[in-house]
Design a binder for this molecule. Structure first.
Ligand code: DAH
Length: 344
């Protein structure tokens, strides 16, 4: 009987050393140590032994049972630890892992350029007109008539201006200058305002022209405003926008709504004045139009030109951005190509 016990003990030990998981260990315990297990069925035979043998074999049986219990417990614990570690490893949250990259949006260069220009003029005492005084859908009356533009002026042609279908005399504004009229109709001098906004022209689209773009209109009307004030303010603007080292010039020009009129040029940023394709060989680039508000315009809105004078100006935002950042194609502003927009 002792040999039987030894055999079972050995085979149990062999099973234990072959076990790999906790459930293997549970199975072994069931197989050998449970009530219906192998040891118990042998131990049942104890009662048939002599008292002497009962004691020694019984003690031996208890001893190996205890040893097996210990072995099983040891194995069980080490498997438990191992399985726990594996589970912890598998479910581990790596808090040092960096987060998902969410690309940040950026301000469009036309928006930032507009903001920059507006800020410069605000610092000079100009305020931004409210949008209802600067509508994009205009009447010919505001876009042309009140600005002293003759009925037969080529800018009125359908080849230049978009007319709204089936609405007589309604246009998509071709310039922000109409805002001047709205403002002067609504406000008595002193008036010192700017009006940024989108304008539309019936153009063939190319690198220099788009059929919509953006302008910033300026108007300063008060007693005793002179061309000197105009020059002073616009020179200051150009100095702040382009930097003090870029040469500029005032060139006499013509606009129906100003008299006298001028255009302001800055030295070409591509060739530094030597003459190139961008500046058509002149060395200069036109950046804005301006002048003293025409007496006909003032009279039209009921402002007495013998009491008040004023200056006005208008500039293209795309053009100013192109000159500052050396952008050679206006269409880049409207394509929404991230490779372009990300550079700002
Ligand atoms: N409206 C003109 C244009 O679109 C620009 C301009 C010139 C505006 C002279 C003015 C000005 O206010 O005085 O080309």
């Amino acid at each position: 009987m002792k040999t039987q016990l030894e055999n079972i003990y050995n085979s149990a030990k062999a099973d234990i050393s072959n076990a790999h998981t906790i459930s293997d260990i549970d199975e072994i315990r069931l197989k050998y140590l449970s009530r219906k297990g192998e040891f118990n069925s042998i131990k049942k035979g104890l009662k048939d032994l002599s008292d002497e043998d009962k004691r020694t074999v019984g003690a031996f049986a208890n001893q190996i049972t205890e040893e097996l219990e210990n072995l099983l417990k040891e194995k069980h614990d080490s498997f438990y630890q191992k399985e726990l570690n594996e589970k912890l490893q598998k479910d581990r949250i790596d808090i040092t892992l960096s987060g998902k990259y969410i690309p940040q949006g950026k301000v469009h260069p036309l928006t930032s350029t507009t903001e920059e220009i507006v800020t410069i003029f605000q610092n000079m005492g100009f305020s931004v007109v409210s949008p209802e005084l600067s509508p994009e859908v205009e009447t010919e009356y505001y876009n042309f008539d009140m600005l002293n533009v003759p009925k037969d002026h080529p800018a009125r042609d359908v080849q230049d201006t978009f007319y709204v279908k089936d609405m007589d005399g309604v246009v998509l504004r071709s310039q922000t200058s109409g805002a001047q009229i709205h403002i002067m109709e609504n406000q008595k001098p002193p008036i010192k305002v700017i009006a940024p906004g989108r304008v539309y022209r019936n153009e063939n689209i190319n690198a220099r022209k788009n059929n919509f773009f953006h302008q910033i209109e300026g108007l300063y009307v008060d007693k005793g405003i002179t061309f000197g004030d105009l020059k002073g303010d616009l020179n200051e603007f150009i100095r702040l926008y382009f930097g003090s080292t870029r040469p500029t010039r005032f060139r006499s020009s013509f606009f129906p709504f100003t008299e006298p009129s001028a255009e302001v040029d800055v030295q070409c940023i591509m060739c530094q004045g030597k003459g190139c394709r961008t500046c058509s060989g002149t060395g200069w680039l036109e950046v804005l139009g301006c002048g003293m508000v025409d007496v006909n315009v003032l009279r039209g809105v009921g402002i007495d030109p013998d009491v008040y004078t004023g200056f006005a100006f208008g500039m293209g935002v795309e053009r100013l951005a192109m000159l500052k950042y050396a952008i050679d194609d206006i269409r880049l502003f409207f394509n929404n190509d991230k490779r372009f927009l990300e550079q700002f």
